[in-house]
Design a protein around this ligand. Structure first.
Ligand SMILES: [Cu+2]
Length: 120
């Protein structure tokens, strides 16, 4: 083995172990961020979803953008799943991606927060 070859294989081993370590640590991470499209209409909806979701199991951070109606949720992958999160938004009376809102919860929303309410 020439010196060049030796250093080359040494270099390769180092690069491989760095890549391996990166992969291992990213699998270790328990926090994911998900964006869920909701049917929120106004600031009241924003508060309702943010407060309602903030205390749900596994939820670390919630912020809803009224303009785009997208809720950005930081959650723990070990204690909850994207489907669970959508279900919880639906229970608050809002659509969550393809999941339709819970009818009972939706009926309880003030008129201005219904999804067919005019923009205000
Ligand atoms: Cu509203």
């Amino acid at each position: 083995m020439t010196t060049t070859k030796f250093f080359f294989s040494f270099f390769l081993v180092v690069v491989c172990s760095i890549i391996f370590a990166e992969t291992a640590s990213s699998q270790d991470k328990k926090t994911e961020i998900i964006k869920i499209k909701t049917s929120a209409v106004c600031g009241m909806c924003k508060d309702r979803i943010e407060i309602g979701m903030a205390f749900e199991k596994g939820v670390k951070d919630v912020s809803l953008d009224v303009e785009t109606k997208v809720a950005t949720i930081k959650y723990n992958t070990k204690t909850t799943t994207p489907d669970e999160l959508r279900k919880k938004i639906s229970k608050l009376g809002y659509d969550a991606d393809d999941m339709a809102c819970d009818k009972t919860a939706y009926d309880k929303l003030p008129a201005c927060c219904k999804k067919d309410a005019p923009k205000h």
